[in-house]
Design a binder for this molecule. Structure first.
Ligand SMILES: O=C(O)C(=O)C[C@]1(C(=O)O)C=C[C@@H](O)C=C1
Length: 385
């Protein structure tokens, strides 16, 4: 076992400006080489899993890079528990780094965004670092500009944030925790502006969707921007008289806006779940509740997904989330092996969260079973594994 770490130069983003673009470094891959149980599979054909062990909040994730479609994939599951001493240290949720200085946590949006609040909830003493886009947040962690990231993954009204599901498997970051945040939207406007005077409302698409009924009732035009706080900032800077912003009460005070209406979301119980991401995984244990996230693909055929999910049901392992996304690099596959079939199917990735630690033998058996299923499928179809 060896550990190689490469530290690229640190860039200090201006504190009041979101990171807009991460410069690319000529850097070695940051790699933690462990002693994994390696199972070579052609990911193209099969089930590939990537696990993530969430602690009380979390998931340690190892999603495979979706770019190397035809390369063998190392499936490492439980081997990491064989030599715990050699593993990276568990992450601290204190928000303080090794030397007591605040850890830097990237989030998407401007100061006053809900994601900033989520970052503060996840890492209470952290320095939250604003980034313009979700991709930038992933890059900021990958390139050592920040220590962690906090990103929205689903909302109780709007559903999954698909962009972040897709980005998860394109970056080699680990899910190390999660936090939920109650989202209470306000309608903000410049002082002197009334609701009747508004013809349009700016906000993040998710926020606009969460206030769909209210905005329809008001008959205002929706305009999508990058984040809720950015909408508030725009309305304020441009002293707009015909436009308001859907954002937090905190954004109102940051940008000097008036709160015209509170709790305008369609349901008072409006909650967003955020993932905490890091370069290094947490060490799964059995001493407290854990959650694990995996992603896999399956062959086409009747009952394959049923069988895949049954490996958890038969072991009384509770699933908390399932999401499917078309595979981007290879969205369609033909119905026969020659590739000449006229029928084409979408090829999917299945994301599953379940309540168990991969240090738990029951969960290990379930994951082993899931792998075996793919082998069976290979025999049945004759496809090369
Ligand atoms: O725009 C913000 O304030 C965000 O933090 C983004 C975001 C999201 O992407 O879902 C976060 C929480 C709310 O659900 C609405 C918007």
């Amino acid at each position: 076992m060896a550990t190689m770490l490469y530290f690229p130069p640190i860039i200090n983003p201006l504190s009041d400006k979101p990171i807009s673009k991460i410069p690319s470094f000529d850097q070695n891959v940051i790699e933690i080489i462990k002693t994994p149980l390696k199972i070579s599979i052609k990911r193209h054909t099969k089930l590939y899993v990537k696990g993530s062990n969430q602690g009380v909040s979390p998931i340690e994730d190892k999603l495979y890079d979706d770019d190397n479609e035809n390369e063998d994939v190392d499936l490492e599951l439980q081997s990491k528990f064989q030599d715990c001493q050699s593993l990276p240290k568990p992450l601290s949720a204190s928000g303080l780094g090794d030397h007591g200085s605040p850890i830097r946590v990237a989030y998407q949006g401007c100061p006053g965004a809900y994601s900033e609040s989520a970052a503060a909830k996840a890492y209470p003493n952290c320095e939250a670092v604003p980034c313009e886009q979700f991709d930038t947040v992933f890059d900021a962690v990958s390139q050592w500009i920040v220590d962690r990231a906090v990103l929205p993954i689903e909302n109780s009204l709007g559903g999954s944030i698909h962009r972040n599901y897709d980005l998860l498997i394109r970056h080699k970051l680990h899910i190390v925790g999660e936090v939920t945040l109650a989202i209470r939207h306000c309608l903000l406007a410049n002082h002197g502006v009334t609701l009747e005077g508004l013809t349009r409302v700016l906000s993040h698409p998710q926020a606009l969707a969460q206030c769909e009924n209210t905005l329809t009732k008001w008959g205002v035009v929706r305009e999508a921007v990058d984040d809720t706080a950015g909408a508030a900032q725009f309305v304020s800077i441009h002293k707009l008289q015909d436009a308001g912003a859907v954002a937090s009460a905190g954004a109102a005070s940051i940008y000097g806006l008036n709160i015209l209406a509170r709790d305008i979301q369609d349901d008072s119980d409006n909650v967003t779940r955020f993932l905490m991401l890091a370069r290094q995984p947490i060490i799964p244990g059995t001493d407290r509740p854990f959650k694990t996230s995996i992603v896999f693909s399956l062959e086409e055929g009747p009952g394959v997904l049923f069988k895949a999910l049954a490996v958890f049901a038969m072991r009384q392992i509770n699933l908390t989330k399932i999401e499917s996304r078309p595979r981007r690099k290879q969205p369609l596959r033909t119905s026969d092996e020659s590739g000449n079939g006229s029928l084409k199917y979408f090829d999917y990735l299945f994301y599953v969260d379940f309540e168990a630690s991969t240090a738990d033998s029951n969960a290990q058996n379930a994951l082993g079973h899931l792998k075996n299923l793919s082998i069976d499928t290979d025999k049945r179809t004759g496809r090369f594994v």
